[in-house]
Design a protein around this ligand. Structure first.
Ligand code: ACO
Length: 401
């Protein structure tokens, strides 16, 4: 607690906590993290159990509604989501307005923000039914939006959703299928996609989720709030880290070059950091990274990919885990360390990695947004600041400055 009166002659006292390292912005019942033990629970269920046994639709239901669904509830929810997978046809014009080399995240920010112009019947945030419809729409349309961003960038025709497929299978078909040919969903790849989506579904008050909550706290419509979350996620310190991690692994190239990069990561005069390492909350192994490593092995085997970057990743992990600098600073692999390896083996270009993260995190964003709006004590988010600018002074006309 800083007494700012002493510093700037103002009254009052407040906490000064840049980066919010020890300030809780809200109460939440969704996700629990014990960063020291490396524990992540959604509504009480451990992430590794959800990743192994559950489906993305089940996890979405769990986060949104609070409990795992019974069979009938799950079928109904899955059906409801599948009914919302189409995009308004007019939105195709919107895509065509972008340059072909536009980053998919730029397209997603724009298209998701624009959804409020198409779905007026789900923008009244005071109506819980409309809030739920908006949430379903966002979860359902995100794969279509992301796949269309990809199709646009490679100059292939857009693929309409096939609601007979599951959430992940449908997304894979919309991304890699072409209208002229049948598309067979590879079950190992589909399972990997599902795992990646589950692992990214929510992560309490990370930067993008906090952004969604802050935007939503003013009463902004849900589509605008999720667009704000996408914008925040784009940064390399957040959702962009898997792209950065893969680029780093490619740059390292062969295991013999690892020591050079480890030395750079430790050098305080070098801005280089080991991407995919370290986390604001986890000071232990990120439980998602363990699942990700297993998934990477399964996908590389299935695809017959013999990519040396997987060897680089495994060896880099081993060296870092036994290095004093990383031990002392409690830097462990995070979820992004292996996800790029998997996504690249499946065939996604690196520019799509963060878009996939946004797709999955939409579930957490809408669940957190709903939780906040349903709270009768919810207030507009309005942090204070520690003013360090000039004290009051008089205006000087331009010719006398
Ligand atoms: N490589 C080398 N050193 C590191 C790394 C790293 N990846 N991460 C942190 N450190 C060092 C810092 O230099 C700092 O050292 P110092 O105490 O000598 O100053 C110390 O560890 C603490 O780091 P901070 O930046 O203060 O930790 P913070 O909690 O603010 O940062 C972050 C967390 C941003 C994730 C950081 O670890 C990082 O930049 N990692 C690489 C990027 C990355 O993988 N991001 C993905 C995060 S997960 C997600 O968004 C899904």
């Amino acid at each position: 607690v800083i007494d700012i009166r002493k510093l700037y002659g103002q009254t009052g006292a407040f906490t000064f906590d840049p980066g919010f390292t020890s300030t809780a912005s809200c109460e939440s019942k969704l996700t629990y993290i014990d960063g020291d033990k490396g524990v992540l629970l959604h509504r009480g269920y451990p992430i590794d159990q959800l990743a192994e046994h559950s489906t993305f639709m089940e996890v979405a239901y769990l986060l949104l509604r609070g409990e795992l669904p019974k069979r009938k509830e799950l079928d109904q929810f899955t059906y409801t989501i599948s009914r919302h997978t189409m995009l308004h046809e007019q939105l195709i014009q919107f895509y065509r307005g972008f340059r072909r080399d536009a980053h998919p995240m730029a397209i997603m920010c724009g298209v998701v923000g624009a959804l409020s112009a198409f779905y007026h019947d789900s923008t009244d945030i005071t109506d819980p039914d409309q809030r739920m419809i908006a949430s379903h729409r966002l979860i359902a349309k995100m794969p279509t939006i992301a796949a269309m961003a990809y199709k646009y960038s490679v100059g292939q025709p857009f693929m309409y959703p096939d609601n007979s497929l599951g959430y992940s299978g449908n997304f894979l078909r919309m991304t890699f299928g072409v209208p002229a040919e049948p598309f067979e969903v590879n079950p190992v790849v589909e399972q990997a996609m599902r795992t990646i989506f589950i692992l990214h579904a929510d992560h309490e008050q990370n930067a993008s989720t906090s952004t969604v909550r802050l935007a939503g706290s003013s009463g902004a419509n849900p589509f605008a709030c999720i667009a704000a979350g996408i914008a925040c996620l784009w940064g390399p310190a957040h959702g962009g880290a898997n792209e950065a991690a893969l680029n780093m692994l490619r740059e390292i190239g062969t295991p013999d070059r690892i020591p050079e990069y480890i030395a750079r990561a430790k050098d305080k005069d070098d801005p280089f950091r080991l991407m995919g390492f370290g986390h604001r909350v986890y000071k232990n192994y990120d439980p998602r990274a363990k699942v990700m490593q297993k998934t990477a092995e399964a996908v590389l085997k299935e695809m017959g990919v013999n990519d040396p970057i997987f060897d680089v990743a495994r060896e880099l992990e081993q060296i870092a885990l036994n290095d004093e600098y990383f031990i002392e600073k409690k830097l462990y692999p995070n979820v992004d360390f292996y996800s790029g390896v998997i996504l690249s083996a499946i065939g996604f270009p690196t520019s799509m990695f963060t878009a996939l993260f946004a797709l999955a995190r939409t579930v957490g964003w809408v669940a957190q947004w709903n939780e906040m709006i349903s709270d009768p004590d919810q207030k507009i988010g309005r942090p204070r600041q520690l003013y360090t600018g000039p004290t009051q002074r008089d205006y000087v006309p331009v010719d006398r400055r």
